[in-house]
Design a protein around this ligand. Structure first.
Ligand SMILES: [Cu+2]
Length: 154
């Protein structure tokens, strides 16, 4: 009987891990078109889980390196700087968008033209790797359900 209880407990733990894997979902994913140099990827990351998760890295071969960045004001100057991680609150979401958090693609290996797709793998602390196929666009995506698409940079 004791062994049976242990097995049930292990099974329950396994189910929890699976739930955590499925807690992260992405929407409104896009990459800015660019003739070369650098570009950036954006998305809204939602976390339906009961614990905070953190985006800690992004992998892909579109560019020489990929960093997580935020935009900060230094006096009147808008600057961007690397961040170690982007937190996604439990039961909430975080929006990566122009003028805010973004996935910086540094040293593009080829121009990004509208209509192309970029393969990226987002690495989360708890949920692990989430692969996505991001469409290249010239401007902020429209027709997306969220109401935050037109937040201009100042
Ligand atoms: Cu950047």
């Amino acid at each position: 009987m004791k062994r049976l209880i242990t097995m049930i407990a292990m099974f329950a733990l396994g189910s929890l891990a699976q739930a955590a894997d499925g807690a992260i979902s992405l929407s409104g994913v896009w990459v800015r078109a660019s003739a070369g140099g650098n570009s950036a990827a954006y998305a809204t990351i939602a976390n339906s889980g009961a614990a905070e998760d953190r985006l800690i890295a992004v992998k892909g071969d579109v560019s020489t390196s990929i960093e997580l960045h935020e935009v900060v004001m230094d006096g009147d100057v808008m600057k961007m700087r690397p961040v170690e991680a982007i937190a996604v609150p439990a039961g909430g979401s975080v929006e990566l968008k122009p003028g805010g958090y973004h996935i910086m693609l540094i040293g593009l290996k080829a121009p990004l033209v509208e209509g192309a797709h970029v393969a990226l793998t987002l690495v989360f602390e708890a949920a692990g790797e989430v692969a996505l196929d991001a469409p290249v666009q010239t401007a902020v995506s429209t027709g997306h359900d969220a109401g935050h698409d037109h937040s201009d940079m100042h």
